[in-house]
Design a protein around this ligand. Structure first.
Ligand code: H2U
Ligand code: ZN
Length: 341
C-alpha cells in the first residue's frame, strides 16, 4: 500500500536531514488564537527612520544622500573582526571564539519600496550588491550569509527595505549541515542534490514560478506554510558566479515570487529569506548548489500566523496545509500586478 497523502504522514528534508509531520486532515479545525494587525503601508520617506537617506543612525553617523543600494557596517555587529581567544575543549562546557563582519544593505532610498515594488533594474542592483558582498567578504571569511528579515512579525526593527550580510570565519550550523548532506548526495548519486531536485520538480504541483534559469517551489518537505525554495536550473555554487543574464532572470523571478506573496493576503508579506551557497574553502565544491530559502510566518491571513511551538519545539515541525495546496494558493494570485498598483 502506498502512502495516502491526505492522511497523517512525515516527509524528509534531504538538505537538513530533518522530518516534518504533515496532518492534512486538520485543515478544518476552528481558529481561536491571536489575531494581530497587518503592517500599515509605508511613506516614501520617514524623518524618524535611521535607514532613510540623510538621516542619522543610532550611533550618530549620518547616511549619505544615497540613490541606489547602500551598504554600511552594522553599528551593533553580532561578530567582531578581531582575533578571539583559544577554544575551550570541555566536553560539557565547550566554546570557541567567533569572528566576522556584519553589514546592513539598504535596498532602496525609498522607505516604502520593498522587493516586489522595485523595478527589475533596481532589483538587479540588489542582486549585484549581494554578489559583491559575497565575493569581497568570501576572500577573508569562511562563510558569507546574505539575508533579509522582513516585517514586524519577524522581529524586523525597521520597515525600510533592507537586508543584512554576516561573514564569519566559521561555518554556521545550517551551512555545515547542508554541506554534509549535499556532499553525501553527490557521492551516492553522482549529481548535485539540488540540480537533481530542480529537474525532478520542474513540472510538479509544487511549482510557483519557473523560467529557463530559475525555479521557485514549495519544497515537498516545507515546514512553514508558504515556505519556498528558489533554485537555479544550472550548476552554480555561489552568487558572484551568476552571469548578467542569470541576474536579470533572477530579478524577474524574485519580483514575481514576492508579488505573489504580497497578493496572497494583500499585505506586505513578512518573511526571513536568505541565500545559501558554497562556503569559502579550498578545492572543488561540486556538491553545492546556490539556493535561497524564504520562510514566511503567515498561515491564514495578514494577521494569523503559524507558531512553531508545542510539538514543533519539543518533537518536530508540523503542518496542516499541504505544500501542494499552498503552492496552488500562491499560483492562483498574480505574479505580475501588485495589489498596491
Ligand atoms: P533588522 O531590522 O533585520 O534587525 O536589521 C537592522 C539592523 O540594522 C540591525 O542589525 C542595525 C541593527 O544592528 N542598525 C544599525 O547598524 N544602525 C542603526 O542606526 C540602527 C540599526
Ligand atoms: Zn527609511
Amino acid at each position: 500500500m502506498s502512502i495516502d497523502f491526505a492522511r497523517p504522514h512525515r516527509r524528509h528534508n534531504p538538505l537538513s536531514g530533518g522530518w516534518v509531520q504533515v496532518s492534512p486532515q486538520r485543515m478544518g479545525r476552528p481558529w481561536q488564537g491571536e489575531v494581530s494587525e497587518p503592517d500599515p503601508p509605508s511613506p516614501h520617506y520617514d524623518p524618524a527612520c535611521y535607514l532613510c537617506p540623510g538621516n542619522a543612525r543610532v550611533g550618530g553617523e549620518a547616511n549619505p544622500a544615497y540613490e541606489g543600494v547602500y551598504v554600511f557596517d552594522n553599528d551593533f555587529p553580532a561578530l567582531e573582526d578581531a582575533p578571539g581567544g583559544e577554544a575551550q575543549h570541555d566536553p560539557l562546557l565547550r566554546a570557541e571564539a567567533s569572528t566576522g563582519v556584519c553589514r546592513v544593505i539598504c535596498f532602496s532610498p525609498d522607505h516604502g519600496k520593498s522587493l516586489p515594488l522595485l523595478t527589475p533594474e533596481q532589483l538587479r542592483a540588489v542582486i549585484d550588491s549581494w554578489a559583491e558582498q559575497t565575493e569581497e567578504l568570501g576572500a577573508r571569511f569562511g562563510n558569507v550569509q546574505v539575508f533579509e528579515n522582513k516585517g514586524a512579525m519577524m522581529g524586523c526593527s525597521n520597515p525600510h527595505p533592507h537586508g543584512q550580510v554576516w561573514a564569519s570565519a566559521h561555518w554556521p550550523q545550517e551551512i555545515a549541515t547542508e554541506d554534509e548532506r549535499q556532499r553525501e548526495y553527490l557521492a551516492a548519486h553522482g549529481r548535485p542534490m539540488l540540480l537533481d531536485l530542480a529537474e525532478r520538480e520542474a513540472a510538479s504541483e509544487r511549482v510557483i514560478e519557473i523560467d529557463d534559469d530559475w525555479l521557485a517551489i514549495i519544497p515537498f518537505w516545507a515546514a512553514w506554510p508558504f515556505e519556498t525554495l528558489l533554485l537555479p536550473r544550472f550548476a552554480v555554487q555561489r552568487l558572484p558566479q551568476l552571469t548578467g543574464s542569470q541576474r536579470e532572470s533572477l530579478a524577474a523571478i524574485l519580483k514575481a515570487l514576492t508579488t505573489r506573496y504580497d497578493n496572497l493576503f494583500r499585505t506586505s508579506f513578512p518573511y526571513s529569506m536568505g541565500w545559501h551557497g558554497a562556503p569559502f574553502t579550498e578545492g572543488a565544491q561540486d556538491h553545492w548548489q546556490l539556493h535561497a530559502h524564504f520562510y514566511p510566518p503567515l498561515l491564514r491571513s495578514a494577521s494569523v500566523r503559524k507558531f512553531m511551538v508545542g510539538y514543533e519545539m519539543l518533537a518536530e515541525p508540523q503542518r496542516d496545509l499541504t505544500p501542494e495546496r499552498a503552492a496552488e494558493m500562491l499560483r492562483s494570485v498574480s505574479g505580475l500586478v501588485h495589489y498596491r498598483n
